[in-house]
Design a binder for this molecule. Structure first.
Ligand code: GDP
Ligand code: ZN
Length: 368
């Protein structure tokens, strides 16, 4: 196994330099289950756990390794097990908000960030050209993609059962400026090469999209074998049955890498507002032309947004989607701030305790 086949690059190499001594080797996380990690390295596939020190130093759940992360490990000699000492910085990552015990986020429950996949280069936003297609959902996925740091590609699957693909592609082109839009049919094995072009050797891709849009079928096509279980679409609502797959990092025969984790499949929003601004750049541009800096686009005079809505150059439902997402972000941000404060305090507390302990030890030895 050569690690460049697993996506190793200069960025990770530079970040690993500090650990090169100490018998540590780099490995990539390909699965995680209840704090047990499966990692792949030049020493093969190993089962690993984080070291006590790693656990001690981690401040939040997001600090722990996720599928796709590169970690510094020491294999235990003669065993197929290893210890994870460090997680290398991420080039990109998909997170979701998770509500911690204590329950309802709306009544002050805690939130934490859970990283679903790390170091993804290309993210395919998959929709089905059957009843599943929804431009507003694609907008939401685009926001998630921009926030992650991965480059988005819109995939419209099931082209075989859509009478007017061109109209749909046109509509998406308008909201996803500069983003490739691919109409394909996994069932007919059409357009899979167009998808593969976006996963060159050594690069990592992930597939986002609701259940039943054909993600497993596409990945199986790329793998050249029926590795993932696909589901039959129920006639009533065109959604697939829930299929179970475990977290995995898959190597394609072409040299590309695919991360397929169940959490990614129905991702929720977490990150900051940068992605939102980028997805709705047209609305933000309009807003800049409003007479008042703090215009709420309700009934203020000289509102460029209202004007665009009235003359039809801005779509009403697009604007509603924008408002809805803005609200969601604001809500999350408040909770995140509280959490950051708590974490800073905890880190400080840990340090103080450590210093006191050292001081006590010195005292005991009569050195202080
Ligand atoms: P996933 O939940 O996104 O992984 O979706 P699956 O890959 O399990 O596919 C759901 C259903 O859609 C299955 O019955 C597939 O056979 C079907 N399907 C996948 N691709 C296509 C396609 O290109 N055209 C049509 N008509 N059906 C497809
Ligand atoms: Zn306005």
């Amino acid at each position: 196994m050569n690690i460049s086949d697993l996506g190793w690059n200069d960025f990770f190499r530079q970040n690993f330099e500090a650990f090169e001594s100490d018998d540590m080797i780099p490995a990539r996380v390909c699965r995680e289950y209840k704090n047990i990690y499966h990692v792949v390295s030049e020493a093969g596939e190993l089962t690993a756990e984080v070291s006590g020190r790693f656990r001690h130093e981690a401040l939040s759940r997001a600090d722990f390794p996720a599928v796709g992360d590169w970690v510094a490990i020491t294999p235990r000699s003669g065993e197929t097990r290893a210890t994870i000492h460090k997680r290398l910085p991420r080039q990109s990552g998909f997170s979701r908000k998770a509500v911690l015990s204590g329950g309802n986020p709306d009544s002050g429950g805690k939130t934490d960030e859970q990283v679903l996949a790390a170091n993804v280069d290309t993210v395919f936003l998959v929709s089905g050209l059957d009843g599943n297609y929804n431009i507003r959902r694609i907008e939401r996925y685009l926001t998630v993609a921009w926030d992650s740091g991965a480059a988005p590609v819109v995939v419209l699957n099931k082209a075989d059962i859509c009478p007017d693909i061109e109209a749909v592609v046109d509509e998406i082109d308008k909201i996803a400026i500069g983003v490739p839009v691919l109409a394909v049919s996994a069932a007919r094995d059409e357009g899979m090469d167009k998808i593969a072009e976006h996963i060159p050797a050594g690069k990592t891709a992930a597939f986002l999209g609701s259940s039943g849009v054909g993600k497993s079928t596409i990945i199986n096509r790329l793998l050249g074998e029926e590795r993932l279980k696909t589901s039959e679409v129920r006639a009533d609502d065109q959604r697939g049955r829930h299929t179970t797959t475990h977290r995995e990092l898959l190597l394609l025969p072409s040299g590309g890498i695919v991360i397929d984790t169940p959490g990614l499949r129905e991702i929720q929003l977490w990150d900051d507002e940068a992605g939102l601004s980028r997805t709705f750049a047209d609305i933000e541009e309009l807003a800049e032309r409003c007479r008042f800096r703090d215009c709420r686009h309700e009934n203020e005079p000289g509102c460029a947004v209202r004007e665009a809505l009235e003359n039809g150059s801005l779509d009403q439902s697009r604007f509603q989607n924008y408002l809805k997402m803005q609200k969601e972000f604001k809500h999350l941000k408040i909770r995140k701030d509280v959490k950051t404060q708590r974490e800073t305090y905890r880190a400080f507390d840990k340090r103080i305790r450590r210093v006191l302990k050292e001081k006590n030890e010195l005292k005991k030895k009569g050195l202080l």
